[in-house]
Design a protein around this ligand. Structure first.
Ligand SMILES: [Zn+2]
Length: 336
């Protein structure tokens, strides 16, 4: 653990499988009525490590004659690397689990969680279902997902949290007021936690030093852009404590960079659609053009943001679709 700001500690949970399961940053806002932000992984070993690190913080506080008690835990959104540890952390520390209604609904049981993760390929990934083979594939994928989350993340669900809060509210941590506000886009239920006096934002997966993953079914690029703009306008924002990777010491520059990157990506997709426009272009063709020399796994991940971008452009009436027997194709109407 490391005290990143006076009174706020970072505990890094290493995953060992960086590519499929990135390391997680857990923040402890320490004091007499402290809070854990994001629950991280739920595997026994990881929880043991987390408790050990929290005990070290407690010792540090005791040595300095300061009160220390962690009483509450809040998660940024219902993705497995952020909530999997909730149950075991509660059992070990007796903390109160605080969730927004949207997150509580996603993580209440396996069925609800899988629904938020598994998508209907036809509309979400813009793939036309191809009969029996498609159904077998989708069944196997579901099985794999289920196994993967349980074993790799140590997932368990929260049937009923101790407290449900609004996604736009204030909470008290160590007697200080922190603002909770909705920041959807990467996930529909995403919230952020802000203390204006300190200028500290805990932003979950919204603002990372690397590009945040965006893909169906629970993401929306338009919402994501709006959330980044909201964060950019926060008065007195000095530092962003990100859920993965490095802390963001230059929030203004980083948020400008993120918005520019999204603009660039949208333009790239639109340019390809315009180029192909006479017969329309499919998401597969766009991905091939964008990632011509990249590996299959990389292009499969990219399908998420490409499809979301196409749908955003469609909503804005910039492009239109033609649904064929095998593919969905897009074109720019004003060019035809
Ligand atoms: Zn996430």
């Amino acid at each position: 653990m490391e005290e990143v700001i006076p009174g706020i500690f970072l505990i890094k949970e290493k995953s060992g499988f960086e590519r499929i399961k990135p390391s997680e940053n857990i923040y402890i806002i320490a004091g007499p009525d402290g809070l854990i932000f994001d629950a991280g992984f739920g595997n026994k070993k990881v929880i043991k490590f987390l408790i050990k690190e929290i005990n070290k913080i407690e010792q540090k506080y005791r040595d300095n004659n300061k009160d220390f008690k962690i009483t509450q835990i809040l998660v940024s959104h219902g993705h497995p690397d952020h909530f999997a540890g909730l149950k075991r952390i509660k059992n070990s520390l007796g903390v109160k689990i605080i969730l927004t209604e949207k997150t509580a609904d996603i993580i209440k049981n396996k069925k609800s969680f899988m629904k938020s993760f598994n998508s209907d390929s036809y509309e979400d990934y813009l793939i036309i279902q191809k009969g029996f083979r498609y159904r077998i594939r989708s069944f196997l994928e579901k099985l794999m997902f289920s196994f993967f989350f349980k074993r790799i993340y140590g997932l368990s669900f929260i049937a009923k949290p101790d407290e449900i809060i609004k996604d736009n509210t204030e909470i008290s941590i160590n007697g200080e007021t922190w603002k909770v506000f909705p920041s959807p886009g990467h996930a529909i239920d995403h919230i952020s936690l802000y203390n204006e006096e300190k200028g500290v934002l805990l932003s979950g997966d919204n603002v990372l030093s690397k590009t945040t993953w965006l893909g169906p079914p629970n993401c929306n690029i338009g919402d994501y852009i709006e959330s980044i703009e909201t964060i950019q306008k926060l008065p007195n924002l000095k530092i962003i404590l990100a859920a993965h990777g490095a802390l963001i010491n230059n929030p203004r520059e980083r948020t400008i960079e993120i918005l520019e990157h999204r603009k660039e990506r949208t333009q790239q997709v639109l340019d390809i659609v315009k180029e192909f426009t006479e017969n329309g272009t499919s998401p597969d063709e766009i991905i091939q053009k964008l990632y011509s020399n990249k590996k299959k796994m990389r292009t499969e991940i990219a399908r998420g943001w490409v499809c979301l971008t196409l749908k955003m452009l469609e909503e804005q009436n910039v492009i239109k679709r033609i649904e064929g027997k095998k593919e969905i194709k897009f074109y720019t109407p004003n060019k035809l």
